[in-house]
Design a protein around this ligand. Structure first.
Ligand code: 13P
Ligand code: SF4
Length: 352
């Protein structure tokens, strides 16, 4: 297994010493995709929805977010005045989020709405703060993989069409659950800018051409078939960032929280010989270890997120050592805060 679990004892001890020293002045949050080197030091581990929901209740002055850039930006939006948010490596920026640039999203929305058509943008939380601000200005909202169905229903009720971005896979997988016909969906060709075609004009669901390289490139339909052949009757569960061609062969698809819960249920029931899980490997490996002896959890692919891996124990330590001087602090553009917060709050209000 090609996973680094090499934080030295002294790094670990020093992080713990600083955590003790900061006491209630510090909360460390970590996404489930973080390595064990990080997860062992966090106060709250969760998926993106859970972590966003926890921010408003945090009283500590310093929030260190172990995840990727858009998550820390969302934390800045939800933090209290005077609270500071830190990300141990600012280069940890979700590859999918980088596929939708705010200026392109704004241009496309302006073009699509030019004829008076009401196009409601729905941004997966894996998008930059600047994109969320554009979405907020156009009356749209944010969603996560846990609430994409509820939020897509909401967005469809607000206008004639929905622009779902940046993840075309989550968009298509959610559209299938809601029964939106394939011929009412179109993946936009942003590079060629051909937004005036009859397909685009007639579509109910417009999809941005982004994806998660981890879930799309490493998890393939034939892998699902191979598991089913080797373990007849056993289930494959995947994250909905996988392609629809993978999801349709699987026995279930859902958010990180769903995958964790299903693994727990299967381990408690002990009825299945094996359970295959298709998502980021740091999380799958943790589930394999947690449930060893009760159920055989098998990864669909051993794919780790290189952006999440940029947050190392050494960088977490450097952030804590430089906390007072603001090392690793995330600053967001004040002008973008209000419209971006609007899009995020619309989600939180619709999914209480
Ligand atoms: P969750 O919304 O399930 O936390 O997923 C975040 C993510 O980056 C998935 O690749
Ligand atoms: Fe982004 Fe994919 Fe990494 Fe999640 S796993 S943070 S979507 S690149």
């Amino acid at each position: 297994m090609d996973i680094k679990t090499c934080a030295s004892g002294s790094t670990e001890a020093r992080i713990e010493e600083l955590r003790r020293r900061f006491g209630s002045d510090l909360v460390i949050l970590g996404h489930h995709y973080q390595s064990d080197d990080i997860v062992r030091h966090v106060d709250i581990v969760g998926d993106s929805l859970e972590l966003a929901r926890r921010i408003p209740d945090i009283e500590a002055r310093n929030i260190v977010f172990c995840g990727v850039y858009f998550m820390a930006e969302s934390a800045c939006l939800l933090a209290r005045p005077g609270q500071r948010v830190f990300l141990p490596d600012h280069e940890a920026d979700c590859a999918m989020a980088r596929m939708a640039r705010a200026e392109d999203v704004e241009r496309v929305l302006e073009r699509l709405s030019a004829s008076g058509r009401k196009v409601v943008p729905l941004a997966y939380v894996n998008s930059s703060l600047a994109v969320k601000a554009v979405v907020g200005r156009f009356g749209g909202a944010v969603c996560t993989s846990s609430n994409a169905k509820v939020m897509l229903e909401w967005a469809l009720a607000q206008g004639e069409s929905v622009l779902f971005l940046p993840d075309r896979n989550l968009g298509r997988n959610t559209a299938r659950i809601l029964g939106i016909p394939e011929d009412k969906q179109v993946v936009l060709d942003i590079a060629r800018d051909n937004l005036d075609t009859p397909e685009v004009q007639g579509a109910r669901l417009l999809l941005w051409p982004g994806c998660c390289p981890i879930h799309e490139s490493f998890m393939k339909p034939d892998m699902v078939d191979a598991f089913h052949r080797h373990f007849p009757g056993c289930r494959v569960l995947v994250h909905p960032e996988c392609s629809p061609e993978v999801v349709e062969r699987c026995d279930g698809a859902g958010s990180t929280a769903y995958l964790i819960k299903e693994a727990e249920k299967a381990a408690a029931e002990g009825k299945e010989a094996a359970l295959c899980i298709g998502t980021e490997f740091h999380l799958v490996r943790r589930l394999m270890e947690r449930h060893a002896g009760r159920i055989n959890i098998i990864p669909l692919a051993q794919a780790t997120c290189a952006d999440m891996e940029k947050v190392t124990a050494e960088r977490l330590l450097a952030t804590l050592e430089g906390l007072e001087e603001g090392r690793g602090e995330v600053h967001v553009d004040e002008a973008l805060k209000a419209p971006a917060r609007e899009s995020l709050v619309r989600m939180l209000e619709n999914c209480r």
